[in-house]
Design a protein around this ligand. Structure first.
Ligand SMILES: [Zn+2]
Length: 464
């Protein structure tokens, strides 16, 4: 071919997808026909045309449209993924513009998810991105089940924990407590802090989940309360005084919400007063946000590197063109450059990716009593629990219309609500109160009813 045709858009991808290799996945067949990781993604097996079909069918959710999320969306689109959705609750702020390159000055105040989706679609032909401007908890669990892969570009442990719990909740175990492949929801998680970052692959039931290795996130450094109360020496001390001590004194019972601008402003004003009292300079609103939310400056290049690693892992999961990272990559660009991959192991007793919390009940226990029990159970510690059973709402705390619709179930025996099946899985979402911290959470609960005879094995899935 002597034609000077422009290079194919998929030129670089083809190097990964059209050639054999020693590191390819067990089912990878190089060529235009690429075996899609169908075990994970579709039930049954199937071949798909890579450039035409494969990425058409792979549905990827990007969680977060901030520094990492913007990069992820752009990288995934450029890697040929065509069906992307993005969820983010934030609006664009002026301070985002130095690194969140999809946003312009005129976008300030608009939802990040919407602008990010629009900009990438304008620049990359053929990609469709659906934005969701809401909190991750606002979507019901089934929303997340719709995606083949979930890519996380988040800056908070709580949000990661939540999505991890949701993805792990889809995981089912067979009667020998082996995870079922077709119920695994792979996640790729990126994170950055200044010049440091990580990229990891989580395949629930195979790799450790986020919760298995929660110890990787050391507890945040806290100042001694006596320092805050008596001898503040810097601006951060004044801010933490307002945040940790003064707030509770004044707002008895009302939890501080770092995402509520009124709350943040109140803490800032109090910190300024405190700083004036002790002659301490340097309290600003952005420092207040930084200290209270533990924000560390974000670096565009770190986001770009971590996002590239995450996108490559997503492509590997979708195509099987190479083994995935096993399973945790750290990047450190503080002095020179250092990267390393560590293979962490699963916590076999993990409450989130394991088979679930086993709860034994009498057949007479009502749904209301069950919800009360979840508050007391040290393995759950959940208040205001909403309960779903195979996607059916048994009781919902919110919105009011659903609460009203499901309220009458509260007085019914759970056994009846679970179709008199002696052993099955429920999902509870609510507020988890652990170590004096409240966070949104989800727990998989394996309920076994006592005193039901004649049922040897209630593994209902059956089949080949
Ligand atoms: Zn786990």
């Amino acid at each position: 071919m002597a034609d000077a045709a422009p290079p194919s858009k998929s030129r670089d991808l083809d190097k990964l997808l059209l050639r054999p290799g020693n590191l390819v996945g067990p089912t990878f067949d190089p060529g235009v026909q690429v075996f899609f990781l169908s075990v994970l993604i579709f039930e049954g097996f199937g071949y798909f045309q890579l450039r035409d079909d494969l990425q058409e069918y792979a549905r990827v959710l990007v969680v977060g449209a901030g520094g990492l999320g913007c990069e992820l969306l752009k990288d995934l689109a450029l890697s040929g993924f065509k069906n992307l959705e993005v969820i983010d609750m934030d609006r664009i702020e002026v301070t985002n513009l130095n690194r969140q390159f999809l946003f312009r000055l005129e976008d300030v105040g608009k939802p990040k998810a919407e602008v990010a989706a629009k900009r990438v679609m304008e620049r990359v032909s053929g990609v469709n991105i659906v934005p969701h401007f809401c909190r991750i908890e606002d979507k019901d669990i089934e929303f997340y089940n719709d995606f083949n892969i979930i890519a996380l570009g988040l800056d908070s442990i709580e949000a990661r924990s939540y999505i991890n719990a949701v993805a792990c909740s889809f995981l089912e175990y067979d009667s020998d407590d082996n995870p079922r492949e077709e119920t695994m929801k792979p996640m790729v998680d990126g994170g950055t802090e200044g010049f440091k970052g990580h990229a990891r692959v989580i395949v629930p039931g195979v790799t450790p989940c986020f919760e298995c290795t929660i110890w990787l996130f050391p507890p945040q450094v806290k100042f001694p309360l006596c320092t805050l109360a008596e001898t503040p020496r810097n601006a951060a001390h004044c801010i933490e005084y307002a945040h940790l001590i003064k707030w509770d004194e004044v707002h008895s019972g009302q939890a501080f919400d770092p995402d509520n601008p009124d709350h943040m402003k109140w803490v800032y004003d109090e910190a300024v007063k405190r700083a004036e009292l002790f002659g301490i300079p340097g309290v600003t609103y952005s420092l207040t946000q930084g200290v209270v939310k533990n924000i560390i400056p974000a670096i565009a290049s770190t986001n770009a590197i971590i996002s590239a690693a995450c996108t490559l892992e997503t492509l590997k999961i979708a195509s099987g063109c190479s083994k995935t990272l096993s399973n945790y990559l750290t990047y450190n660009g503080v002095e020179g450059l250092h990267t390393k991959v560590t293979e962490f192991v699963k916590d076999k007793d993990c409450l989130v990716c394991g088979p679930g919390v086993l709860i034994e009940l009498d057949t007479t226990v009502t749904l209301k009593k069950f919800i009360d029990m979840l508050e007391e159970d040290p393995r759950v510690l959940m208040t205001k629990a909403s309960i779903t059973y195979h996607g059916k709402n048994l009781y919902m705390q919110a919105p009011p219309v659903l609460e009203e619709m499901t309220r009458s179930n509260l007085e019914l025996p759970l056994y009846d609500l679970m179709d008199k099946i002696p052993k099955d899985v429920l999902h509870a979402t609510g507020t988890i109160n652990k170590d004096d911290k409240k966070s949104s959470g989800l727990r998989k609960l394996r309920v076994v009813f006592k005193g039901i005879d004649g049922v040897a094995d209630m593994d209902m899935a059956g089949g080949a």
